[in-house]
Design a protein around this ligand. Structure first.
Ligand SMILES: Cc1cc2nc3c(=O)[nH]c(=O)nc-3n(C[C@H](O)[C@H](O)[C@H](O)COP(=O)(O)OP(=O)(O)OC[C@H]3O[C@@H](n4cnc5c(N)ncnc54)[C@H](O)[C@@H]3O)c2cc1C
Length: 423
């Protein structure tokens, strides 16, 4: 009887063990499959990352050190006193990608000048592997000095340079750029020729189908100054995420008939106009234009509650960099420039008491009869770099030019205590 019971019990136990083993096998197989799937995912992720890194490396390798030769392929008038120059590399090799908003630095040998002259011009179009475009406004003498010579380089571009001419150009640089991949909506605010980096940003958004929402304000005096009219309109067509608002501050009689078509508002691009188009302050703001416009908007946006880090500005040089726009000078140590310190120009053998009213070392040197070469005068082109022999400097604004340790950009630097520089 007992034997009769033991046999089926044994069979049942064997069966249970078999089922258990079976379940364990299935679980193990599932785990293996999952692990395989995971390792495939990891492999795919790694493959993607390696691909991206290689692409980045290739792009970086395409950038160049120093100056590269470019040929002017096309010269196009965009508006009154505003000309675009399409530049192709003389070596016909592909160009590195730039970040929309960056600029090119030019070194020009202008007849009658004993040294080359350096100036920066923003790239004014979206990314292309075969050419860059810059757009130059002819600069007139200041209103209160009508007899002063007109802008040297902008006049040279307009009057002397033509298709086929060759230029020395540095690789794209600059910290004023927009990330097309980001999702936060952005407000672009341009005044006059300050439209150039912002047009490049908007075109990049359109051409890469990034989908990032863009509200583009463009202020000019009237229809004669309205550059890139068709290009800007085309941007909005077929890209529901890009909206354009053009304001004429002094429309001509001819313009008046085209309100609503060529332009949308009479007046300047001011905070009230901007607020009228925005639901909140939660945008990134990119501003490039005349000093007065940038100063006012910067203050008004901050007062409205826009976070300081969301307001990004590009100054086109000394004429558009005013003291009010610049942050208080602060050095690496966080201290501000001392008014009582001395600056020693070691090569010239001169020690001078720092003048608290001086804006920067470059002007201070000039006021003391010491000449330092300069270019953009905005901390971007690197022409005015001088070695520091002793002491520290403080910067009034962020600089675009890359700096070696122990050097300073004299056009935007002030001494932070006693200083010795190699000038
Ligand atoms: C990052 C960056 C990007 C830029 N992008 C652009 C751009 O896209 N497009 C653009 O058009 N510009 C751009 N600029 C500005 C450009 O670099 C030049 O500053 C601009 O073209 C003026 O240079 P210029 O040589 O013609 O004038 P300058 O010769 O430097 O003269 C400047 C002013 O000083 C006056 N002046 C000259 N000599 C005297 C004197 N003896 N006494 C009194 N006044 C005098 C001139 O009449 C003129 O009004 C950019 C600048 C920077 C820094």
């Amino acid at each position: 009887m007992a034997d009769a019971l033991i046999l089926p019990l044994g069979i049942t136990l064997v069966g249970l063990v078999a089922v258990r083993v079976g379940i364990q096998c299935v679980t193990a197989l599932r785990q293996q499959a999952r692990q395989h799937e995971q390792s495939q995912m990891v492999r795919e992720l790694l493959r993607q990352r390696i691909g991206e890194a290689t692409k980045r490396q290739q792009q970086n390798m395409l950038a160049w050190n120093g100056y590269r030769k470019f040929v002017i392929a096309r010269k196009v008038e965009e508006a009154c006193d505003i000309c675009s120059f399409y530049l192709v590399p003389h070596d016909h090799k592909p160009l590195p990608r730039f970040r929309p908003g960056q600029y090119l630095t030019f070194r020009l040998n202008i007849p009658g000048r004993d040294k080359p002259t350096v100036r920066c011009y923003s790239i004014s179009a979206g990314p292309r592997a075969d050419l860059y475009r810059v757009t130059v406004k002819r600069v007139c003498p200041p209103r209160d000095m009508p007899n002063a010579p007109p802008g040297l380089v902008s006049s040279y571009f307009h009057e002397q340079l033509d298709e086929g001419d060759i230029l020395d150009v540095q690789a794209p640089r600059g910290q004023f750029f927009l990330e097309p991949e980001q999702e936060r909506p952005a407000v672009l605010i341009a005044g006059g020729v300050g439209v150039t980096p912002l047009l490049s940003m908007a075109q990049t958004i359109a051409e890469t189908d990034s989908g990032r929402e863009i509200l583009f304000f463009y202020g000019v005096r009237n229809g004669n100054d309205h550059a890139f009219k068709e290009e800007l309109e085309q941007l909005t067509q077929g890209h529901a995420n890009i909206r354009l608002v053009v304001a004429y501050s002094q429309p001509t009689r001819d313009d008046a008939a085209r309100e609503g078509e060529a332009f949308h508002h009479v007046g300047r691009v001011d905070i009230e106009l901007i607020k009228g188009y925005l639901q909140s302050t939660n945008y990134e703001f990119y501003i490039c234009g005349p000093a007065a416009m940038m100063e006012t908007l910067n203050q008004q946006l901050a007062k409205w509650g826009v976070a300081t880090h969301d307001i990004k500005m590009e100054a086109f040089g000394p004429a558009t960099v005013s003291k009010a726009l610049l942050k208080p000078a602060a050095s690496d140590t966080g201290t501000v420039a001392e008014a009582t310190c001395t600056v020693t120009f070691t090569r010239s053998g001169k020690t001078c008491r720092w003048d608290a009213g001086a804006e920067n070392l470059l002007d201070f040197a000039a006021a003391n009869g010491i000449r330092i070469d300069s270019g953009c005068r905005a901390g971007n082109c690197g022409t005015c770099v001088i070695a520091i022999k002793m002491g520290r400097v403080a910067y009034a604004t962020e600089h675009g030019a890359e700096l070696e340790e122990g050097t300073c950009l004299t056009c935007i630097a002030a001494p932070d205590g006693d200083l010795e520089i190699d000038a």
